[in-house]
Design a protein around this ligand. Sequence first.
Ligand code: NAG
Ligand code: NAG
Length: 260
Amino acid sequence: MAVIRCDVALVTLWCLLCAISKTTLSSASVVKLPKGFIACKKDDPGVNTCIQQALQTAVPHLVKGIPSLGLIPIDPLIISQMDIIQGTSNGPLDIKLSFKDLYIHNIGSIKITSMKSNINNYTFNLKADFDEPLVLEGMYNIQGKIIILPIIGEGKSNLTLAALKVSIDINGKPVTRRGDEYMELESLELKFSTSRLYIQLENLFNGDQLLGNNMNMFMNQNWREILKDLQPAFESALGMAFQSVTHQFFHKVPYDKIFN
Ligand SMILES: *[C@@H]1O[C@H](CO)[C@@H](O)[C@H](O)[C@H]1NC(C)=O
Ligand SMILES: *[C@@H]1O[C@H](CO)[C@@H](O)[C@H](O)[C@H]1NC(C)=O
């Protein structure tokens, strides 16, 4: 079970609220596609290639944040708190693990490798690789058992995912506001695979170097087992970042300005 409290979600909610209050005060003009974005023709047989290129071109803008669209920066993506409670009879982990002030670096190195869309049905699937490893650094607190070994500690952590690949499924539905049609995001699901998880937990066992080093070595040797249990929490944290951007973008820009 994973419980995630994410700055991104809070900021999105806040942006939503201020967008609502603004539109009730003034009939704000329709947002056009921002600079650096390309519209795609929905009846073009090459529309998927167009979206893929348009999105890739937009990545540097999207990761830096676009204040006019209420988009916050997502590289690094900052997650104030992530709690992972894993206590299963069949899984390798029986732990309480929490992260604070987790910085996720290198989301901006995303390279979209495939795009499949059905624009009339508001569905999209994109696949992407990351050129740089995804580095999650922050403060951790852990207690419990990993496989057979007891573990306890708190301090700095660095979890690094090498050669990350993601697949993202996006589903929306049409809504009309002030005569314009927008896509409202209904769901965004992110799955990933990686060639390797590197784990470094500082200050395990009250700073006992020997025990700490041995445990880090043990975790790195058993990274596959450990990732199996952590993956859903990581997937939803990453998914939330993409969800925030996707939601806000489609909320602000009418659908026919994106696809015409
Ligand atoms: C949209 O989805 C429905 C069913 O979900 C399907 O019948 C229809 O053919 C799809 N439309 C297009 C344009 O593919
Ligand atoms: C985190 O770990 C990775 C892989 O071991 C390493 O390349 C990177 O330099 C580390 N980053 C920090 C900030 O310690």
